[in-house]
Write a protein that binds this ligand. Sequence first.
Ligand SMILES: [Zn+2]
Length: 301
Amino acid sequence: MLRVVMYHYVRDLPNSRFPRIKGMLADAFVTQVEALQAQYEMASVESAYAYLDGDYVPARDLCLLTFDDGLEEHAGLCTEVLADRGLSGVFAIITRSTDEGWVTPTHKNHFLLAHLPLATYRDAYLERLRELAPHVNVDVDPDEVSKTYRWDTPEVAAFKFVLNFRSPADVKERILDAIFEDTFGDEETFGRELYLSWDDARAMQSSGMVLAGHSHRHEPLSSLADQREELSRCATLLKTNCAEQERWPFTYPFGKPHTYNDETVASLRAAGFDCGFCTLVGDNVPGTSRFAIQRVDPKDV
Ligand SMILES: [Zn+2]
């Protein structure tokens, strides 16, 4: 089988500015990579594709490492850990964030959750939501919520569900922009620290890493009227700012099956992407569509 691990924040959290960010500790990452390397044949994008297509039968199970969101620590710590061990990883970039220092609503939410008491933040959000979109239903089904956010407390998960799946995108963005600026000041300054730069991206390629798309604006793609434009913009920015690559993988934002559809896959192909990693939890066997490759969380490994 092919196991694909999906990383996000990888940090020395206790000594960072935001110790409450939900992420993997730097030491735990190193330990996990070494354990995976001992157990699996570490895959490249090429060997993973060949395996899924039935053209390659490895002696051991395969494991591929992927990193979503183009965070600064992916260019630093993670690339260093992989390169030192002769490994490669797939690093999926949110092109608007790397290009402009724009902080996605998802990440604004993570840092607000990590910085403010939950009640303070939630009340500020819901109060503005009531003003701007009074029709939004804020009552959620706890089972549905806990399946979507498996690692959050029920209170945090319920709030994130209202934020990401119930709030109209433009309203959510306006509210988060306001609370984020009140809390942290200038967004671009924050974003340039949070995300890797195009210089970082090229340096990662020189170290043997593979870059990938993670969309331009990090929205659930199936909810967009202009998926084709969204994905071609992402591809154009990657190809303009990075070195050439034979393969251009893609990881779906949010990544559950309802967040992408046939139009997404057609748009990805048209833009020159050759696979799509989702966040459905599981391993992959030959015959799995390249545009529905399942992944596991580091905590599942
Ligand atoms: Zn993401």
